[in-house]
Ligand binder design. Sequence first.
Ligand code: XMP
Length: 519
Amino acid sequence: MSIDKVAVIDFGSQYTHLIARRIRELRVYSEVVPYNVNIEEIEKIRPKALILSGGPRSVYEKSSPKIKKEILDWAIKENIPILGICYGHQLIVHMLGGKVERGEEGEYGISILKVLREDIIFHGAATEQKVWMSHKDQVVELPPEFIVLASTQYTPIAAYKSNEKQIYGLQFHPEVKHTKYGMKILRNFLYKVCKCKPTWKLSDFIERKIREIRKIVGNGNVIMAASGGVDSTTAAYIISKAVGERLHLVYVNTGLMRENEDEEVMETFRKLGFKNVHYINAKDIFLERLKGVVDPEKKRQIIAKTFIEIFENKAKELEKKYGRIEFLGQGTIYPDRIESGQASPVADRIKSHHNVVLPKGMKLRLIEPIADLYKDEVRRLALEMGLPRNLVKRHPFPGPGLAIRIIGEVTEDKLRILRKADKIVEEEMKRSGWYWKVWQAFPVLLSIKTVGVMGDQRAYEYAIALRVVYSEDGMTADFVKIPWKLLEKIASRIVNEVERVNRVLYDVTNKPPATIEFE
Ligand code: XMP
């Protein structure tokens, strides 16, 4: 059975992926495509709808991102519904003959939307409702045949539709939780306007993937580096369901992991019934190569390169034993593809994530069973497949490990300090129940020393920063206002139990502008 798809055109809003995820929550498959996508690519997706996202620019600026006019014309001709949100709402008007201007005042945060005209898109929603706004520009004149559906105090044209074509525009953000009837509006658009069916189901997805992998791999061998994280373990589990013991898992102990992590990971792999697991202890090599290195990107590159080298050597060794290995399994997820700049021309390369780099010179075909999924979908899928709860609910942990949570040079000593602090943070977060409410909570060793007084003596020791964030996909994040008492408990345990630390700081920045990890 084919599934209905929606293409979300990205104009650079921080909410673009939220739109795509909300649509999937409504069980319709969605894909984010860059604003300059070609008509051929859109035709290949065969979307049942186009959604134009928000974005930070102004539609009337010459260089601002625009969708190709031929795509709009094609969608109109094929009667494929179009929904514009915020910038998208303005762009449709701008491109179809209406007018957008800079408003006197911006409208940010919650506004009251008044529905002026009954319409299918507002079915089941109150005529006065709270919506989330974030704009300065606004539509001042609609193209011919368009009508106003709703307005707010400052925005007379806050929602519109075309009387003749299947086009809707919303100045507010239905995807944001603060918009009370946002999901209802999206549901109306998908089910009533576009006539989409709720065909996106994770359990079907697993079966489909397993069949697909079997077909591609045939009798071949798949090699895969597994870290024990939820993404790679879920991907490995799907691959193992497809090819059984022809999946060769390689676990590299980089020495940059958390306390007892390697034993725990091996235990999980054993419980999951993976047959061919190859453990490599490479602690010394990593530490040796990181000696004296302080630059974050350099650290990442050294770790990635060393990792690949070790992995390649292992692959050669395994080929001697098992015959040719043609396939490489990876736990890449959707946001990895975006953040490493594969999917969006507007996305800058912020950090090099080593998990999406294909080993050079290895002519391997990629098997990436979860590359289209968001993190919350991976977690749901993992639970559905029976992976242990502990693993599924684990906070994300970066590939380069503690190396990027130690500012400056990485040494055995600093690793020991950070591991102890990390264990305390995890214990206290779990004990208080906060661990399961947040995206990540971890300490960072700042490697600067500050003065303190410990046991009546002057102490000149390390400072640790604590980072606790909420996030839905790691792409944006808010720092968490955890209770003072909990903060105090963590801080006092760290300075009391971890030698060489006399100060704990709390990070109160969001992403953007800060990233989640410090390096
Ligand atoms: P940043 O620091 O870019 O992190 O805001 C976003 C999310 O990605 C994780 N992260 C990584 N994950 N390899 C990974 O697998 C990496 O190199 C890497 N760097 C950051 C980070 O923990 C956060 O959840």
